[in-house]
Design a protein around this ligand. Structure first.
Ligand code: CU
Length: 168
């Protein structure tokens, strides 16, 4: 009888909104600076887990989702982050989460362009006139429940501010 009561209490606690909040996974952070790249790429997140883009650059960036199959840009995944003055100054962030498992592509429309490959797939490429950066400013988010993928994120993805990463 005593055991049953304890089990019932635990079940009630697990069902409460407070317990659900406590169990929510920490956000995954993706950082930008003057190198015009998304530092953590790719990252894996659970459905519903927050992805927070952090701008440590003096200049601004956009973060816009697109479909590789059609080239269509997303009206929901449509972010922009202003620059910061540098270390010690406030940083701007953009937060989003994804309800369903799958692969999400995004790019910065300031520093990259979308282009159709001969095979029909749309990819991000370096924007003409933006010099000095090898890779286009773009990235991929894997929305998954696979524990191996989720455990494989770079260490920096768990920190909001990277103290040595400011620059622009
Ligand atoms: Cu950019």
């Amino acid at each position: 009888m005593r055991h049953l009561t304890r089990t019932a209490l635990i079940a009630a606690a697990l069902a409460s909104p407070l317990a659900a909040r406590a169990a929510a996974p920490k956000p995954v952070y993706i950082h930008m600076n003057g190198a015009n790249m998304f530092l953590e790429n790719p990252v894996a997140v659970r459905p519903g887990q927050k992805v927070i883009f952090v701008n440590e650059d003096t200049g601004g960036h956009t973060i816009i989702g697109y479909r590789a199959s059609s080239g269509k840009v997303s009206s929901r995944f449509d972010g922009a982050v202003a620059g910061t003055k540098g270390a010690g100054s406030p940083v701007h962030t953009y937060t989003i989460s994804f309800p369903h498992q799958g692969i999400v592509h995004y790019y910065c429309s300031v520093h990259a362009v979308l282009a159709k490959e001969p095979g029909g797939r749309t990819v991000a490429k370096v924007r003409p006139g933006v010099h000095g950066f090898g890779d286009p400013m773009a990235g991929t988010i894997i929305v998954t429940t696979d524990p191996k993928l989720l455990a494989d994120n770079p260490k920096t993805a768990s920190e909001k501010i990277l103290p040595g990463y400011f620059g622009g």
